[in-house]
Ligand binder design. Structure first.
Ligand SMILES: Cc1cc2nc3c(=O)[nH]c(=O)nc-3n(C[C@H](O)[C@H](O)[C@H](O)COP(=O)(O)OP(=O)(O)OC[C@H]3O[C@@H](n4cnc5c(N)ncnc54)[C@H](O)[C@@H]3O)c2cc1C
Length: 498
């Protein structure tokens, strides 16, 4: 069903058991869980599904080894258990991978102490993963400076096979029942009617301008870094809030010798920095910077880029320059803290806990924190809260197989990708960014967000714009112009040499 038809379809199902605000990993995984239980559920995102932080992660499904340094054993225990479950239950979506920790010659941190830490981590993870090992010789040494390593220590985590955005979307699009609706680019306003014991919500389709009203017995705020803003808008007071930490990765062309994820000591704040192989690129990062507002959090600065280039050149034989950058990804970690938290600290010192809380006076659940790893734990927790307040009134929906995916090729992509026409019809794909960044990895793997150096792929992108616009050339021109402006702002300005 196309997006417009889906929005019109809402006319017939105006009353829902649950409305979820936010289609990142938390909202999407919850949507799947509720649909399976027979809740009549509406998932709304004010942008595209997975267009927030969930498209900008490191794509690791991991036990949280980094949090061992704060002795946050509870978080490590939970994340390790989540990781193990996900590896067992979702082998189509993720696969176990070996990571290589490189103790630095300069840091003075004892390699054997780290090794001991890896064994402790392995034990907390129920001994379910490959045992830690020590390897002195490995392929990646061919591009590492000798001073950077005293050999390597290996351990096992898991990595998403296609992308984080695709992982999020797989919870959403296969639910196409009459009582389960997901809408992107849709804004909700409204209030709680105490007499009717219902939320009355006015929806606005941000792209088409259509308006529509629905009711819900309970609303769940899964807006991630925007959760506090959404709570304020609906008059909800919560015992928790978010602290925001910006994270940036650079994508660079992958060396054939880059086979395993490298974990390097950052040399600051006891943090690490990683080089992660992903298709034809290697991701270098992430940064970890406390930000006060969302606008700063979701925009990469030239300083962020300089910082990552500088750290790369310190460790690898061939220095990295702006011209080597293939892509840039940026997200804001929503870190759950108590409302009265006011410590001034490095974000890594803040626990990566998850919280879900039901408001005392209105049927409204707020979700705080959470990661891709642990998404099913968060969904189970919220499902438990909802089950105590509202009974499902619809039919349980199983994920239906979508119409068979159509594949096409794109210059520079190593494998065929789903066609724009298919994504338009099956997956609410509306803009060039939706398609190039989230329905495919083109914008991450092909330079300049898919346009290519010197606009070499302009014609290919234009053909996609025409498909997304359903053949309407005026609309296609607008889509292309908007995307080119985005590329200028989010890529060209950052890599321009001054
Ligand atoms: C650099 C970096 C690396 C990371 N690496 C990993 C990793 O390797 N493994 C891991 O497990 N985790 C990782 N994380 C953490 C993880 O990515 C995030 O915690 C997670 O994606 C947050 O998901 P979310 O659903 O809470 O928020 P989001 O994905 O941000 O989703 C929130 C959604 O709400 C929507 N929204 C906002 N306001 C409204 C509104 N008013 N109405 C409707 N919708 C609204 C937004 O458009 C957005 O789509 C990383 C994070 C960062 C920043």
């Amino acid at each position: 069903m196309t997006r417009n038809k889906r929005f019109s379809h809402l006319q017939g199902v105006a009353s829902f058991d649950v409305v979820i605000l936010g289609g990142g990993i938390n909202g999407s995984c919850l949507f799947d869980a509720l649909c399976r239980k027979g809740y009549r559920t509406l998932l709304l995102d004010k942008g595209d599904i997975a267009s927030g932080t969930s498209q900008a992660s490191g794509m690791m499904i991991w036990g949280g080894i980094l949090y061992l340094k704060n002795l946050d054993l509870r978080t490590v225990f939970h994340l390790s258990r989540d990781r193990n479950r996900m590896i067992n239950d979702m082998s189509d979506w993720l696969s176990p991978v070996l990571l290589r920790y490189l103790p630095s010659v300069r840091s003075g941190r004892s390699k054997w102490l780290v090794y001991l830490g890896l064994w402790l981590y392995w034990l907390i993870g129920f001994g379910a993963r490959r045992m830690p090992g020590s390897e002195n010789s490995f392929d990646e040494q061919s591009f590492l400076k000798e001073t950077e390593t005293k050999g390597s220590l290996t351990y096992e985590e898991a990595f998403l096979r296609s992308s984080d955005a695709r992982f999020v979307q797989h919870w959403v699009f296969p639910h196409q029942g009459a009582d389960q609706v997901a809408m992107n680019y849709c804004e909700a306003n409204g209030e709680y009617s105490t007499n009717e014991r219902l939320w009355r919500l006015d929806l606005k389709d941000i792209l088409g301008g259509m308006e529509h009203s629905v009711t819900a017995k309970i609303v769940v705020n899964c807006a991630g870094a925007w959760a506090d803003e959404v709570n304020t808008k609906f008059g909800i007071v919560s015992p928790f809030r978010h602290v925001l930490s910006k994270g940036v990765y650079l994508g660079i062309q992958r060396s054939p010798a880059h086979k395993t994820s490298l974990v390097l000591e950052l040399g600051e704040h006891d943090d690490i920095v990683m080089l992660v192989p992903w298709g034809p690129i290697s991701m270098w990062g992430p940064t970890e910077t406390m930000v006060q507002n969302l606008a700063d959090g979701f925009s990469v600065t030239r300083e962020d880029v300089d910082y990552l280039l500088e750290h790369f050149s310190r460790r690898f034989l061939v220095p990295l320059t702006r011209q080597d950058i293939v892509s840039i990804r940026c997200g804001v970690r929503p870190l759950a803290v108590d409302q009265n938290f006011n410590a001034d600290c490095y974000p890594l010192e803040i626990s990566r806990r998850q919280e879900a809380v039901l408001s005392p006076d209105k049927p409204w659940v707020s979700c705080y924190g959470g990661k891709l790893t642990g998404c099913t734990r968060m969904a189970d927790r919220v499902l438990g809260i909802i089950a105590g307040a509202v009974a499902p009134s619809g039919l349980a929906s199983r994920q239906l197989p979508l119409v068979e995916m159509e594949y096409v090729t794109f210059p520079g992509m190593p494998e065929p990708v789903p066609s724009a026409k298919w994504c338009l019809e099956q997956e609410l794909c509306c803009t060039l960014e939706d398609y190039l960044r989230r329905r495919t990895n083109i914008a991450q793997w092909v330079p300049r967000m898919g346009l290519g150096r010197d606009d070499i792929n302009l014609l290919a992108v234009w053909a996609i714009a025409i498909e997304l616009a359903g053949g309407d050339l005026t609309r296609a021109e607008r889509l292309l112009a908007e995307y080119r402006q985005q590329v200028a702002r989010q890529f060209d300005d950052l890599i321009r040499v001054e």
